[in-house]
Ligand binder design. Sequence first.
Ligand SMILES: Cc1ncc(COP(=O)(O)O)c(C=O)c1O
Length: 433
Amino acid sequence: MVRRSRFTTLAVRGSYDHAESANHLGSLSEPAYLATAQHFESAEAMRAAAAGECDAWVYSRRGNPTVGYLEATVAALEGYRVDAEVSAAVTTTGMAAVTLATMPFLSAAAGAKPNIVASPALYGSTVMIFNKRYGAERDVAVRWVRDPLSVSEWERCIDEDTRFLYAESPSNPMVQLVDIPALAALAGQARIPLIIDSTLATPALMRPLALGADVVVQSLTKAAGASGRSMGGAVIARHDIQARAQPSELTADFAGYLRSGPIRDMGSVLSPFNAWTLLSDIRELRGRVDTMSANALSVAQHLAASDRVAEVFYPGLPTHRSHGIAKRDMWLVDSDVNGREAVNRFGFLLCFRPVGGVRAAREFLDRLNLIWRANNLGQVKSTATIPAIGTHKQVAESGPESAPVPADMVRLSVGLEHLDDIIADLTQALDER
Ligand SMILES: Cc1ncc(COP(=O)(O)O)c(C=O)c1O
């Protein structure tokens, strides 16, 4: 039996091995191919390349070697310990990945009005895609599941015109999880895909494909690209998925279909420079997410014990509604090898409501000295925002169906600074004595 590499080895090496390096003058790291196009020796070489008869990349919207290295690494990590073939397509941003992971399933079928079934606990722009871009502009019925933890509610929403089930797990910002194996069973019975945005977990803590999901969305702008230099997204899918009203070329290898069809035609290709920076960041994903998550748990416990804080939302706390599922599904990859017990890690994101309402939340934000006031998450630098006026402003404006985000809630993305310094900044900003 061939022994497969461990997660960190795959992250460090990806698909770039000794043989591959020999094709690049022995370069130890993946070269950044910033050229937009490839030169050919002859007309015949050009014809053969365009026909896909030899190993060539031709034109960077069709494919690019550096982007290809990132795709191979992302597929290997998200497909780690998955009992199926898995491939990935990377995109300009996480939102492009959300669009590309969902839109192809909505193609018109004679006489039917497609519907989608989704958790309302979603990032603001995803709510906008579903409500506005699909609902209002394309007449797709969006069925929001009021309580995403209720599997029977999901089941009641599915009918013969449902095209997919969609959830974030954990969700941004309230860090709610869904029961992926239970939803995968529902999707399997209905012969439709289960699509999970797993940006907040990253494959270092949870791999939805291993839990039964069919398609995974990642915003690589977040913890995968934690140094904060590049935006990017990824759609990762198992091969041979089930979908209604779709050609077999789509279901056989969905990510491959996206690369050779929608991404190439519509042009949302990742820049090779961004792919190159993301490749460097993703190598250290496991160690980084481990430390950030350990810091976040200590921060959540500190806040929960503070009399300046009314409520804390973090799946690592027993008070959180998703705690049971998080304990079952979120653990540091490979912490269980060589006979050791698996280590739970609950991610780097948490939310809390300070005592004193909206005013107290704004005052807290204004007092931060170390933690950055910024609308990004998963970075090596700790960041804080008030979602109702920042990241999730669109949700409040997009209609009553979507999940409410309390106006006085602060979202904290815990980074790699020393825990003592993070806690000291929170203590002074909360005006704790
Ligand atoms: C869970 C989740 N999915 C998708 C996105 C979109 O990613 P991007 O900003 O890279 O487009 C975000 C952004 O915050 C997010 O939090």
